[in-house]
Design a protein around this ligand. Structure first.
Ligand SMILES: Nc1ncnc2c1ncn2[C@@H]1O[C@H](COP(=O)(O)OP(=O)(O)OP(=O)(O)O)[C@@H](O)[C@H]1O
Length: 306
């Protein structure tokens, strides 16, 4: 299926591309991502060397379809395989079993339909912000078109006035915005964000969340967002997937898949979100609020159909 054809998924049809100019220079391709029975095991290692012993299963039986243009947040305790799942989606890692398809074609090797944003901005220190964002453009982009796209992206992330500064001359939040612009420069059909705001102070983090929502409404690409922050997930995502392990079973899989109600930006204080927050926290093994809402500690969260 081409990026300009309507994508059909589960009976819903989503137009997956609109005029790039209407999106502030960011053409908004949006692809479906389908994980089918994905599992990942790693060989046992000892001091970085392969060691004898059974492989360790990190992920198992992950089956999930992310709709074109959807924002899916991936939550889970540290080390449960969130980044691994994201890397598999972008072809940076391969599943040991199962498969991933983007826009109905298999992912094999680094997939140029995706772009990745990390916790650290990973900008080249000797290059200006403009030059760093330019690095994200697809190979072969005509010069004039690329220049215009980069300028529009810098404007979109509020960095038009800082385009000629180098990373050390800007704040951490600004560097992270430049990093987001570089990822968008590729015009990804799937944006993979691994704790993108995790290293920022609380206020900058909230501003970045708002910025991501603005970017997504200007260019509604599919977003997979790994986060440790339940509130961030509830604020940004259409659905939240919670990865976790069941007792006695090796490897994390989907424990919960929740649809977050309400249009964004959402009222952080709403009762509906409070209930979802309590369920997710309980699923993460944190029951601070659950007990007071009638969710006893240790409650098994039911699996949701996916
Ligand atoms: N290339 C690799 N070789 C061996 N083990 C790996 C490799 N990549 C990941 N792992 C292991 O897989 C497990 C899951 O790692 P991953 O980074 O996906 O977890 P995570 O949920 O993103 O963690 P965190 O929240 O702490 O970032 C970890 O135990 C990690 O050590």
């Amino acid at each position: 299926m081409s990026s300009t054809a309507p994508a059909t998924n589960g009976g819903t049809s989503v137009s997956s591309s609109v005029n790039g100019d209407a999106a502030g220079g960011v053409s908004n391709t949006a692809y479906e991502v389908e994980f089918r029975d994905v599992g990942r095991s790693f060989a046992a290692t000892s001091k970085g060397r392969a060691a004898k012993g059974p492989a360790r299963t990190v992920l198992r039986d992950v089956t999930l379809t992310v709709e074109p243009g959807e924002v899916l947040a991936i939550l889970g305790t540290s080390g449960c395989g969130k980044s691994t799942l994201l890397r598999i989606a972008g072809g940076l890692d391969q599943p040991s079993v199962g498969s991933v398809r983007i826009d109905e074609t298999p992912v094999s090797g680094i997939d140029t339909r995706t772009a990745v944003g990390f916790q650290e901005p990973r900008l080249l220190p000797w290059r200006t912000l403009t030059e760093n964002v330019t690095l994200g453009l697809p190979a072969g982009t005509p010069k004039a078109e690329g220049r215009e796209r980069v300028a529009r992206l810098l404007e979109l992330v509020g960095l038009a006035g800082s385009a000629n500064l180098r990373p050390r001359e800007v704040s951490g939040g600004m560097a992270q915005r430049a990093s987001l612009a570089r990822a968008l420069a590729r015009n990804p059909g799937v944006l993979l964000l691994d704790e993108p705001f995790g290293a920022l102070d609380a206020l900058t983090r909230l501003k970045m969340q708002d910025l991501l929502l603005e970017i997504h409404s200007a260019a509604p690409t599919t977003v997979l967002l790994v986060t440790h922050d339940v509130d961030e997930a509830l604020q940004l995502a259409d659905r939240v997937v919670l990865l976790g392990r069941e007792e006695g079973v090796e490897g994390a899989t989907i424990q919960q898949l929740l649809t977050v109600p309400g249009a964004r930006p959402r009222d952080r204080g709403s009762a509906e979100l409070a209930e979802l927050r309590a369920r997710l926290l309980a699923g993460l093994g944190i029951d601070r609020h659950g007990a007071s809402r009638g969710i006893p500690t240790g409650t098994t969260i039911p699996h949701y159909p996916y």
